[in-house]
Design a protein around this ligand. Structure first.
Ligand SMILES: N#Cc1c(-c2ccc3ccn(Cc4ccccn4)c3c2)n[nH]c1N
Length: 239
């Protein structure tokens, strides 16, 4: 998978190189290219923003630098991800869908956002997905891009050593994860649940499922209702 990021804060994404194991990049499983949008400006001040048509507060990111970047980077056929508070919610299911793509090109806005014509033009050349990290307002798209990147890349075949753990994770089966424990068996008067020390794998699996259902019903009843609704209507998830 190739990842491209168009941002005015390229250093913001530097930690991704730490969190995405270098071996994944060295092995060619992953290519990561971060681009400063100002590279495609031509004025002395390297201007990337201007006042909004129609008035209003703040500034809007100009279309020309993005257009020239699209041409030079040849984004045709890629999946363009625009992080924005007005996007579709980012979910594990969407992470799984994006992990099937060969190339993701992230457009990371600042100010009040990117001129809409950038997205409209991109849509004539690539798949465009406007994605929101959640219902709160950030100052730009970089944080969301890092979260989306980590959630997607870890699903790539061969990236995580133990593929089995991916299946048991929160949200993969529609439930939150069960509580986990490790040594010592007794710590500050707190004991590990005895069932986990029993060696009875069937009972352990049952206990873990019960814990996941209980945790989900308390913290995220919406996830339970969604799965119940799916069951009632026998919705067959897209494969
Ligand atoms: N994903 C995501 C986001 C963002 C996000 C993403 C990109 C930009 C580019 C500029 N801003 C500031 C801004 C503030 C107000 C209205 C519009 N834009 C962004 C915010 N906020 N919250 C999320 N879940």
């Amino acid at each position: 998978m190739r990842l491209d990021y168009l941002t005015i804060f390229p250093d913001y994404l530097a930690p991704l190189r730490l969190s995405l194991p270098g071996k994944a990049i060295e092995s060619g499983l992953l290519e990561m290219h971060v681009h400063d949008v100002r590279a495609w400006t031509h004025d002395k001040h390297r201007t990337v923003d201007d006042t909004p048509y129609g008035g209003g507060a703040g500034m809007v990111m100009k279309p020309e630098p993005f257009g020239e970047a699209f041409d030079e980077l040849a984004i045709d056929g890629a999946t363009v991800i625009v992080t924005t508070p007005s996007g579709e919610p980012f979910t594990q299911s969407l992470a799984r869908e994006l992990s099937t793509r060969d190339r993701l090109v992230f457009l990371l806005g600042r100010y009040e956002g990117i001129d809409q014509r950038v997205l409209d033009h991109a849509a004539t050349r690539a798949e465009v997905r406007e994605i929101s990290l959640g219902d709160y307002v950030l100052n730009g798209g970089e944080v969301a891009a890092m979260a989306i990147t980590e959630a997607v890349v870890r699903l790539l075949p061969g990236f995580m050593g133990n593929a089995e753990s991916l299946v048991e994770e929160s949200h993969e089966d529609g439930l939150l994860e069960y509580p986990v424990y490790t040594k010592p068996a007794s710590w500050r008067g707190l004991e590990v649940p005895k069932v986990l020390l029993s060696g009875d794998h069937k009972r352990i699996a049952e206990w873990r499922h019960e814990q996941a259902v209980e945790r989900t019903s308390v913290r995220r009843p919406d996830l339970l209702h969604a799965s119940q609704a799916a069951t009632e209507w026998e919705i067959v998830p897209a494969v």
